[in-house]
Write a protein that binds this ligand. Structure first.
Ligand code: PLP
Length: 405
């Protein structure tokens, strides 16, 4: 893993070397991804699918090759199951609208978990409001794992879909998605996985997991911003209506009857981000060239080191300590008298020492309310982080604690 592949990391902020530990929010991009964007705009940019001319055909081939690349990366059965969206949020909104139109009626129920990002709560809440359905929540146990004994009691004849994150963006914990999928499937209920934080850190195989839908964002996996993926089993996608109308998603448009395109185009109204999809495919190449298992092993060792080091500091509380995590650790600092030091204050002092972390509710207010704090400090890792980065975080944290205590 070569840090020099990521030019942005080689800079100083406030006269200190940048230590970038905000990867759960967005990752930095390797040169091959940055160069892919320049290459596309300087050599083959042209709108796809509708052109007979050379550049359009090159662009179309690259976009469709990128779709196949994504399908291979998550082991989808077919590239028809890969829909390009604007990001995880857009993927979940698309699914919530489309699935809701087809399958959710008054009195039905949707289940989410207590650790969801707002992107996997609000679209389902909006659907429930629209359809007069009910949103139910898988609760947390005291150790902050999802309560798998409570989950089956939430399932009913009215449950239409279960939506949950594979990895919590706040706690970094890996949810028992396999068990949830198995229990839901025993009752023929589909499961939509929010993979925004798992696809970048774990080897996610949609056929092995047997999830019905999976969403993730390119920008969190070394790819460009503004692009995402909605995977859906072909069987389901065929049953769902398009969420948006426009060019490309149609077969024929007539005043009296418009018919829709085949998969996946039915869900891709308008000009897609064909340059972004190409750059994403280069990011996935970079990951595969680095070695997926090597990245998983390296990051999980680094995450353990991060947590161990944080736990050596008096006054630091790590949330869900000792649970297995993928890339992110949340903590708070407390004064000797037990008073919480506001996470913004900790984050600001870390920033002045060159260490970039995220503070606040991390777009998961229900979980933060459950923790009973105004927010947390979250350090999150990527393949280019090192033990030296974590040592720098610890040094900066010691200084911050000495100033704030
Ligand atoms: N879901 C999870 C678990 C996330 O961590 C995030 C982003 O932090 C999202 C959804 C939303 O992703 P995006 O803003 O790329 O749509």
């Amino acid at each position: 893993m070569n840090r020099d592949d990521f030019p942005i990391l080689n800079q100083q902020v406030y006269n200190r070397p940048l230590v970038y530990l905000d990867n759960a929010a967005t990752t930095q991009k390797p040169l091959c991804v940055i160069n892919a964007l320049t290459e596309a705009y300087t050599t083959w940019n042209a709108n796809i699918h509708r052109g007979v001319h050379h550049l359009s055909q090159v662009a179309t081939a690259r976009h469709e090759a990128a779709r196949q690349r994504v399908a291979d990366f998550i082991h989808a059965a077919s590239s028809r199951e890969i829909i390009f969206t604007k990001g995880t949020t857009d993927s979940i909104n698309t699914l919530a609208f489309s699935f809701g139109e087809a399958f959710v009626h008054e009195g039905d129920e949707i289940i989410v978990s207590a650790v969801e990002h707002h992107s996997d709560i609000v679209p389902w809440q909006m659907l429930c409001q629209r359809k007069h359905a009910t949103l139910r929540v898988i609760p947390l146990r005291p150790d902050l794992t999802l309560d798998l004994e409570a989950f089956p009691t939430l399932l009913s004849d009215r449950t239409r879909l279960v939506a949950l994150a594979h990895v919590s963006n706040v706690l970094g914990t890996i949810n028992p998605v396999r068990d949830i999928i198995r229990l839901a499937h025993e009752r023929n209920i589909p499961v939509a996985i929010d993979g925004a934080q798992s696809v970048p850190h774990l080897i996610v195989d949609v056929q092995d997991l047997d999830c019905d839908f999976l969403s993730f964002s390119a920008h969190k996996i070394y790819g460009p911003t503004g692009l995402g993926v909605l995977y859906g089993k072909e069987h389901w996608l065929n049953l769902l209506p398009p969420a948006e109308g426009g060019g490309e998603m149609i077969e024929h448009v007539r005043w009296d009857n418009t018919t829709y395109n085949t998969l996946p185009y039915k869900f891709e109204a308008g000009t897609p981000d064909f340059i972004g999809s190409y750059a994403l495919s280069r990011a996935l190449d970079y990951i595969d060239e680095t070695g997926r298992q090597a990245i998983v092993d390296y990051e999980s060792e680094l995450t353990r080191y991060l947590e161990e080091q944080l736990l050596t500091l008096a006054g630091i509380h790590v949330y869900a300590a000792s649970l297995e995590k993928a890339g992110a650790v949340s903590f708070n600092a407390f004064r000797p008298d037990g008073e919480l030091i506001h996470p913004f204050d900790v984050g600001t002092l870390l920033d002045r020492q060159g260490v970039a972390v995220r503070t606040g509710h991390h777009c998961a207010e229900p979980l933060i309310d459950h923790l009973g704090v105004p927010g947390t400090v979250r350090a999150s890792l990527a393949l280019y982080n090192t033990r030296e980065d974590i040592d720098a975080l610890l040094r900066a944290l010691r200084t911050a604690l000495a100033m704030l205590s």
